[in-house]
Design a protein around this ligand. Structure first.
Ligand SMILES: [Zn+2]
Length: 503
């Protein structure tokens, strides 16, 4: 997503056909939910100051996950105490139950007044990836405010969501809000390394309690702005699936010997050649088999001529569009299983023929493929029995969640996006090319949606897990407003959601 992908001029000579139409969708603006008056998402200057300061304080706690079993437990414990102080009303409210799960993760159960409504889950994570201070404009755990931005690790991934969810609920209960529909808030503490001790335990706990969810909202999609050069308006991408992953260790064993009389091939040469074949042979282009095709169709009329015509007629131009999508490394990641050689180890001494050569390859699996299919493809491409395969870890892509008219969670997000971001015309389903905690919750629902109610521009994208991560104060306020609206919208009936016309 970091770079423009469609060169409009490259399409200028394309034969033009009729233009299919996508009708705009309407939001539930200003609508009131049954039986309760709507609480407007307007916050006083004092509340806005408090919410901003609370986010800064959250950033200052270095809740770093260093590895699958290595966490800053002091910071995680401190964070638990911090939220207790930052959101005092929430913790005192009789219909909200709080539990610590897996020592540092948090589960809130918000009991709604109507038990006939199926509950939902809002999830976010409190851990962050490491942030060495080198290269940052301000120290990564300072939470400094400068030029209207709060700086630091976790401002976009994902303490913004942790804090916005709790802040919105705090503001709602302060205004005597009582939800009709029950919901859960799950805050994992090890998402960046596995989710094994946080989300996985919360999921098991909810399953043991017999909970089935209407939907889940997690991080990942954004309001994307400036990712396509000719697209003048931002659009919202709600990720309805998530790529799978396969970490494969490749190994070649040879008899060691003296380098003065070498064999024709060494373990290093054999493995390097096999890896080179793998790098030179991209796995199949799957454009058309995942959510991206629908995204392109929905966006078609947002593009100027002739891109609009091309995208509206994918039955004819699909090969052309899929080739264009391959050209950019970000859009390429959306249309196929990617291959990344991440580690290579071999050799023990300058004059010894290496007995073993090993490499690790990280594949991110397209939603239309499986782990086994990728392993079979890789074996065929390598075509060398001397290369041994060991699966270090693997999981299939997540199922594609529904995004049709009847998909309550998706429509709820769509209507909330269109009321909080009125300049957004198109809400489109997408794929999360990373991974989130939501993969641990597939036992509780088929409807998992990943969306951060934030604008994301290409330069912001590289700051996530990179340098100079920051969020504007205004963007954070909007995120709080979004959650404030969403929680109230969840009390509406699906029948109240207006009809979405699609291709
Ligand atoms: Zn994250």
């Amino acid at each position: 997503m970091a770079r423009p992908f469609v060169c409009v001029r490259a399409l200028a000579t394309v034969l033009l056909l009729g233009i299919a139409t996508v009708s705009g969708s309407m939001g539930l603006r200003g609508q009131e939910h049954r039986g309760t008056s709507r609480i407007p998402s307007q916050f006083s200057a004092e509340e806005r100051f408090t919410m901003k300061e609370a986010l800064k304080d959250a950033i200052k706690i270095p809740t770093v996950s260093f590895g699958p079993e290595e966490f800053n437990t002091t910071a995680l414990a401190e964070f638990g105490e911090f939220i207790y102080k930052a959101f005092p009303t929430l913790f005192k409210t009789s219909f909200i139950q709080h539990e610590v799960v897996g020592e540092y993760s948090h589960l809130f159960t918000v009991q709604g007044s109507d038990p006939s409504l199926q509950p939902y889950l809002l999830t976010a994570h409190i851990d962050v990836v490491p942030a060495p201070a080198e290269g940052w404009e301000v120290p990564p755990f300072s939470g400094l405010e400068r030029d209207g931005f709060i700086h630091g690790r976790g401002t976009l991934d994902n303490k913004n969501s942790v804090m916005a969810i709790l802040q919105a609920l705090e503001l709602l209960v302060t205004r005597n809000y009582v939800p009709r529909r029950s919901f859960f808030i799950a805050l994992g503490h090890d998402e960046e390394v596995s989710g094994k001790y946080g989300a996985q335990k919360i999921s098991a706990l909810l399953q043991a309690r017999g909970v089935q969810l209407a939907f889940i909202m997690d991080e990942c999609g954004f309001v994307l702005d400036g990712f396509f050069p000719s697209l003048k308006k931002p659009f919202a991408m709600v990720s309805v699936s998530e790529k799978g992953a396969l970490n494969l260790k490749l190994q070649v064993n040879m008899t060691p010997g003296h380098s003065s009389a070498p064999p024709k091939e060494t373990s290093i040469g054999i493995l390097a050649a096999a890896i080179s074949r793998l790098e030179q042979t991209s796995l199949p282009n799957m454009f058309g088999d995942g959510p991206l095709k629908k995204t392109m169709q929905l966006l078609a009329n947002e593009f100027p001529f002739p891109t609009n015509v091309v995208l509206s007629n994918l039955w004819l131009f699909r090969p052309l569009v899929s080739r264009l999508l391959e050209r950019n490394y970000i859009t390429n990641a959306f249309i196929r299983t990617t291959t990344a050689v991440t580690m290579f180890n071999a050799g023990i001494k300058i004059n010894v023929i290496p007995p073993v050569a090993e490499a690790t390859i990280n594949f991110r699996i397209h939603p239309a493929q499986t782990v086994q299919e990728v392993i079979d493809l890789v074996k065929n491409i390598m075509a060398d029995d001397r290369v041994q395969f060991h699966v270090l870890s693997a999981f299939d892509p997540l199922p594609i969640s529904p995004s049709d008219d009847q998909a309550f969670g998706y429509q709820l997000l769509r209507q909330t996006i269109q009321s909080v971001f009125p300049e957004v015309n198109i809400v489109a389903p997408g794929t999360c090319i990373g991974n989130t905690d939501s993969r641990h919750y597939t036992n509780l629902t088929t409807d998992i949606y990943r969306f951060n109610p934030l604008y994301l521009q290409p330069q912001d994208f590289s700051s996530i897990h990179g340098l100079n991560e920051k969020i504007s104060v205004q963007a954070y306020e909007t995120q709080v407003k979004f959650m404030f609206e969403l929680i109230q919208n969840a009390d509406t009936e699906l029948s109240q959601v207006p009809h979405l016309h699609e291709l």
